[in-house]
Design a protein around this ligand. Sequence first.
Ligand SMILES: [Zn+2]
Length: 420
Amino acid sequence: MSTIYIKGVTLGKEIKDILIEGNKIAAIEDKLDSIPDNCRTIDGTSKAVFPGFVNMHTHSAMTLTRGYKEDTSLQEWLQEIWKVEAKMDEEAIYWGTKLACLEMIKTGTTSFYDQYWMIDSAVKAVEEMGIRGWHACVALNLKDESRSQAIKEEIIAAYERSQKWNERCRMSVGVHAPYTVSDELIQWCSSFAREKGLTVHIHMSETEQENIDSQNLNGCSPFEHLERLGVLGPEVIAAHCVWLSENDINIMAKYGVTAVHNINSNLKLASGSRFLYNELRDKGVRVCLGTDGCGSSNNLDMRETMKTAALLQKGWRRDPSAFKLQELMQAATASGAEALGLDAGELAVGKLADLILVDTDNYAFVPQLDLVSNFVYSANSSCVDTVICNGEIVMENRVVPDEKEILENARRICNKLYNN
Ligand SMILES: [Zn+2]
């Protein structure tokens, strides 16, 4: 069992010693009286500690599509991106996920909620990189029932294999979206997830057109449709939720559905910008933050996501008190952990040791009146210095093992995807 002693680190407005034993935070004290023998010591001078970010919606291997087909709408972009994705094999998923993990570690993320194909290759990458991944095996039949059986078999087989994954990786059931998956398959995914105790990862109400189409096809909104199908519950984690009616929000609250706000992706694809954070919060709906995949958000930087989300809320509401720093931090850390059933996301004794150390010895932290403000509004993510996940150091002094190898292989794969 490894032991890590973080000596004299800034936690909020105080200086603390933190002791990590095994995979948990064992002590947080002003000054630790006794330090166990043979523990690894990290000097916390000029460093601040935060919980690791929980990125609640991404498609990690899509890092390989970063920058492809810029300046197009979601529907146009999806058609193009699906052509590239059709060329991705297990090796591409593996190196694409490695590249994503590298970026997430460098920007302070310790857990992420993924939705992609060939999840075993992604899991192999995550197991090696040292962070946590929830992998939604995705159902997408384009409403063609003849495809459903193979998808169900794949999800069942993935579940069987997931029993052998290490403790940092978990299986989830992905439903791409109500407009790409038939009702029958959505219901099957829901009952499979409930039977096995898995979360359901679904894109919901991302564009206005999706809601118009749902009204035309089903006579109701996407959330109302899922309610009629009987598939809503606390296991459902809904990405986007940009176009919500008051009734949609009531439905989400009634069933305990989690909303994931992916502002950079929504802005870039011009899907919408008026995410109803206050309205969701006031009805008791859990709101988390995500980046979405790099195809649409171009990076996996949760700190940048926090800043954009807050600025947008303040801007369109014309309310400078909208999306306060503490709420932002909660949405980027503890709320995601809670939605996934992970005992992390906050710095407290007994919690899993998923935390990051930020270098404060630079202009962005002078003056240091509010650490979260410095980190979110003034710094960039290159201040993330050290990342610990599950009690293990995955980056120290900004060094991630194998970084060069990951970049070389990701470039090699991209060469195959785009030049053949
Ligand atoms: Zn997505």
